[in-house]
Design a protein around this ligand. Structure first.
Ligand code: ADP
Length: 201
C-alpha cells in the first residue's frame, strides 16, 4: 500500500529537524537507559539525574514503570511477548522525545540482551547511553522496597527477574554504577560525569 492509499502524506521538508530543537534547547538529546535488577537503584538514579540536569539547564523526561505501565502500556502483562512489546513502545516514545530535543532518562529492568537490542535498534546506537545500575541480587533482595522479592520467593509472582527469570548483564554499557559500594550522591556524580559529555551542546 502506498502512503497515498492510506492518506498519509509525508511533509518532511516542512517539519523542523531535531537539530533545530536541540539548538533551541542548547542541548544534545540522547536516551539515557538505566538497566538493572529490581531494587538496584534505577529509579533513584533516574530521578536524581533528572534533578541535577534540570539545575544545569537541561530539559529531560523520565520514563519508568510508573508513567508507562499505568498509561500507554496498561494493556500489557509480563509474558515474554508483552515484555518485548513494552520495551518496543518505550523505545518508540523515547525516539519521539529525542526528536523533540528532549533528553530521555529511562528506568526499566530490561533484563535481556535481546530486549535491550530491540530498544537500541529503534532508538539508534548513536543516541543510546546505557547505564548498568548494579547491586548483587542479595543486596537488592534485602532492600526489597516493594516486597516483590518476598512475593516472588513465595511463588505469588511468576517470572520475576533474578528469581525465576534471568537477568543478563549488559556487555558494553557506557558505565556500571555499583549502588552497593557508593552512596546515592556518589552514584549520581559518576552518572553525571558519564552523561554530560553526550549532552553538551
Ligand atoms: P529500582 O528502581 O532499580 O527498583 P530503587 O531506585 O527503587 O530501585 O532503589 C531501591 C532501594 O535502594 C531504595 O531504597 C533506594 O533508596 C536504595 N538505593 C538506591 N541507590 C542506592 C545507593 N547508591 N546506595 C544505597 N541505597 C541505594
Amino acid at each position: 500500500m502506498s502512503s497515498e492509499d492510506n492518506h498519509i502524506y509525508p511533509v518532511f521538508d516542512q517539519i523542523l529537524k531535531r537539530e533545530d530543537k536541540e539548538k533551541l534547547l542548547k542541548q544534545r538529546s540522547k536516551v539515557i537507559w538505566c538497566t538493572g535488577l529490581s531494587g538496584a537503584g534505577k529509579t533513584t538514579l533516574a530521578k536524581n539525574l533528572e534533578k541535577a540536569l534540570h539545575v544545569q539547564g537541561y530539559l529531560t523526561q523520565v520514563l519508568d514503570g510508573d508513567n508507562i505501565r499505568s498509561g500507554i502500556n496498561n494493556n500489557l502483562k509480563f509474558t515474554k511477548d508483552d515484555r518485548k512489546e513494552n520495551i518496543r513502545r518505550i523505545a518508540e516514545v523515547s525516539k519521539l522525545l529525542i526528536n523533540s530535543g528532549v533528553i530521555t532518562i529511562n528506568s526499566f529492568i530490561s533484563p535481556t540482551e535481546e530486549i535491550r537490542q530491540v530498544a537500541i535498534d529503534i532508538i539508534g546506537e548513536e543516541n543510546f547511553v546505557e547505564i548498568f545500575v548494579h547491586a548483587p541480587i542479595e543486596v537488592c533482595e534485602k532492600r526489597d522496597v516493594k516486597g516483590l522479592y518476598a512475593k516472588a520467593r513465595a511463588g505469588e509472582i511468576k517470572n520475576f527477574t533474578g528469581v525465576d527469570s534471568p537477568f543478563e548483564q549488559p556487555k558494553n554499557p557506557n558505565i556500571v554504577i555499583d549502588t552497593d559500594k557508593y552512596s546515592v550522591q556518589e552514584c549520581l556524580n559518576q552518572a553525571m560525569d558519564c552523561v554530560l559529555p553526550f549532552l553538551k551542546y
